[in-house]
Design a protein around this ligand. Structure first.
Ligand code: IVH
Length: 684
């Protein structure tokens, strides 16, 4: 298709608007655009770019979604090597470092230190040419790494284009890619629900995610990034854009051009101040949303840094004060085997309680049989357990020297500890599984999952209740929940009439939940809540989905073949087909219905207000603006009168504006309108 100036302008406009909104959201933590508006504009841009691929810019927001799988990564030489840091483990070692560099510096050097949190993620190197991100790479061995540009582009807090005019011809930015703790927990929950092994810690999860061959998976994992170093290869000192040749100024510059820079950084005038910073963050880091494993201390002045230079491995002008490893020895009491919703059997070590990272720990997951073998775990062993921050404790290793004589190796059970049926272990999986569909543990898990917040969100259906329902065989599948009466519940322990009535109502209310939630609630392997939503959007009814071939499901953008196959297989099993029929009979919605997605705060916002639109709005079409106003409860009419409350004014507004001014009708720009909607939707 031929490109018209209008199309070109619209594409540029959309790219800019979306970039701005994304920067405000991911870097400034201060959203300026409603999610639904963003999505709509994004889709418009995507459509236009599909029609006019020659207008896709490398920094267009659509370039962040990931591409089809790479077969392997290319190796790249770093322009400036990525050094590692020397570690200090206590105040004395920190002081020794301070004396060491002072001996090499001019006598009486006065130093300012910059203290930064040491983020526990994975170091990456970014290259910008004329302000545009052209390459992203892993640290590798510091000299050469792997080219992972596609993956890096999915990180929303990394600018695809530097802000400001006259960018330096070439900029090398370094920093830490990491997974915030809540995202880490969520990924692990999803993995557990999907019957996959959990990631041991956010660092492994971040490093593993960066090296994913399928960048669409990376896009779903919500990596984040803090920048901490910048180089300007080939640019003379006086041409560099920094206000001052210092680490502090470099961090300021990085922030100015659009990066997230850790806000907890501080300048310190003495080593005593540095020590105080480290002491403070030793405890305060527990409150952070991401994991840190120490403090990095750098000499601020670049001149001094250059005088001191590097050893073989480290800069002399920086050091990492590492927090003591939170590990402790303890003795195993016993191993219990838990059966999850998917039938996966997870071994859990129970040991003598130990104090770790501010909590008392007495249990740790052993993940699976392979991990037990790897640890060479025996009953009665002394083990080292580790807990870091919010993270679940893990068994690091066994102290074999302390093993009691004749200790027996720990083995995975051959029969399900819950139902006694034989278990299976496919040779290509680490997981041992019970495959008895009526195993009470699997049923309990299915019920809890069904009632969970992201699924059917049924208040009151928790562990204790489910245990009773299953033990007493009142419920054999999730559909049975919908047949239970107040009387049935009153038969249970400690269940008064009021509570029983509440439960029946909560269960009945759950019938109104949308199809995507039901699909997630079914607990199909690999189908987490995000995937369920994507699938439900593409297959808007259970009839369409259950008759789909796995190929058709895999054709959905973002849904891989493994997920597709799990879905298709699930619907082929007669017991599952029965379940679907029973859920339908119970009145659940197994098809997409069109409902207003506006949160209640918005529905009330424009209630009783009348709007008129005039002129061309900068980003929204008439219909989009109208839909937004209506979603928030407002009315949109065609002409201005005394009854009009607001006139939304765009470019080239005509007689409606004149009339509104004459009648004293309030005017809103598109930005005002969006700001109003935003403010309302961000209220609790
Ligand atoms: S500066 C020459 N600053 O720690 C400068 N590193 O143990 C080298 N890290 O590979 C790095 N936060 O992955 C620096 N604020 C920070 C950091 C940081 C985390 C990591 C980085 C590096 C490792 C060295």
């Amino acid at each position: 298709m031929t490109v018209t100036p209008q199309v070109e302008q619209r594409i540029r406009q959309l790219q800019q608007q979306l970039q701005h909104a994304s920067y405000a959201y991911y870097v400034l933590d201060n959203p300026v655009m409603e999610d639904s508006v963003y999505d709509r504009l994004y889709r418009e841009l995507q459509d236009l770019e599909t029609q006019y691929p020659e207008l896709i810019m490398p920094d267009s927001p659509t370039q962040r979604v990931g591409e089809r799988p790479a077969t392997q990564f290319q190796s790249v030489q770093h322009q400036v090597p990525l050094y590692s840091l020397e570690n200090a483990f206590n105040g004395d070692e920190l002081q020794a470092w301070d004396q060491r560099w002072r001996r090499l510096a001019p006598p009486g050097a006065i130093a300012t230190y910059v203290c930064e949190l040491k983020i526990d993620g994975s170091a990456i190197a970014l290259t910008y040419e004329n302000g545009v991100l052209v390459r992203g790479a892993t640290r590798g061995d510091g000299v050469a790494g792997e080219e992972i540009t596609q993956n890096i582009k999915t990180i929303r807090s990394i600018p695809l284009k530097l802000q400001g005019d006259n960018p330096p011809p070439r900029v090398e930015v370094r920093g830490e890619a990491f997974l915030p703790l809540d995202v880490f927990d969520q990924i692990n929950q999803e993995r557990e629900q999907a019957g996959e092994a959990r990631f041991a810690n956010p660092r492994n999860a971040a490093a593993g995610t960066l090296r994913q061959l399928d960048s669409r998976v990376v896009a779903q994992r919500r990596l984040d990034f803090f920048a901490y170093t910048v180089h300007f290869p080939g640019l003379a000192e006086e041409e560099q854009p920094l206000d001052e040749r210092s680490q502090w100024a470099a961090l300021e510059w990085l922030h100015q051009v659009g990066f997230r820079v850790n806000p907890e950084r501080e300048r310190c005038a003495s080593l005593a101040e540095v020590q105080a910073y480290c002491d403070r963050w030793f405890t305060a880091r527990q409150e952070l949303a991401y994991m840190t494993d120490g403090v990095v201390i750098k000499l601020n002045d670049f001149g001094l840094q250059e005088q001191l230079g590097f050893t073989q491995k480290f800069p002399r002008w920086a050091i990492a004060l590492k927090y003591p490893a939170e590990e402790a020895p303890t003795q195993i009491d016993r191993i219990v085997f838990q059966v999850g919703r998917t039938g996966a059997i997870t071994p859990v070590a129970e040991f003598q309680p130990v104090h770790l990272a501010g909590t008392i720990v007495s249990r740790a997951t052993l993940h699976n049989g392979d991990r037990i073998a790897e640890l060479d775990l025996h009953l009665g062993d002394t083990i080292i357990v580790r807990k870091a921050g919010e993270i679940i404790p893990e068994v690091v290793r066994v102290m074999t020297d302390l093993r009691p004589e004749a200790a027996l190796p720990v083995q995975m059970p051959t029969h399900c500890p819950e139902c006694g049926q034989p278990v299976i272990k496919p040779s290509d999986e680490a997981v041992t599984r019970c495959i008895n569909a009526s195993c009470p543990a699997i049923l309990r898990g299915a019920l809890i999952h069904w009632a969970s917040r992201d699924a059917l969100d049924i208040n009151g259906v928790g562990e204790k209740l489910v245990q009773q329902l299953v033990d007493r065989q009142v419920v054999q599948c999730v559909a049975d929940l919908y047949d239970l009466s107040v009387d049935d519940f009153q038969q249970l322990e400690r269940m008064g009439q009021k509570s029983a009535e509440k439960l029946v109502k909560a269960i009945a209310d759950s019938k109104a939940k949308p199809w995507s939630r039901v699909l997630y609630g079914l607990g199909i392997r690999h189908v987490g809540s995000v995937n369920a939503q994507t699938i439900a959007e593409n297959f808007p009814s259970v009839e369409e989905l259950s008759s789909a071939e796995s190929g058709a499901i895999a054709a959905i953008y973002g849904i891989g073949p493994e997920i597709a196959q799990a879905v298709a297989q699930w619907f082929q099993i007669p017991a599952n087909q029965d379940l679907i029929r029973r859920l339908q009979a119970a009145g659940l919605s197994l098809a997409q219905t069109v409902v207003s997605t506006a949160p209640p705060a918005q529905a009330a916002l424009f209630a009783g207000k009348t709007f008129v639109l005039t002129g061309t709005l900068p980003t929204l079409s008439r219909d989009e603006a109208k839909a937004l106003i209506q979603q928030a409860g407002g009315k949109v009419t065609g002409s201005v009168s005394a009854k009009t409350d607001y006139l939304v004014v765009g470019e080239d507004a005509g007689s409606k504006l004149t009339k509104a001014i004459a009648l004293g009708v309030a005017q809103l720009s598109e930005a005002d309108l969006l700001a109003l909607l935003n403010a309302a939707s961000s209220q609790p």
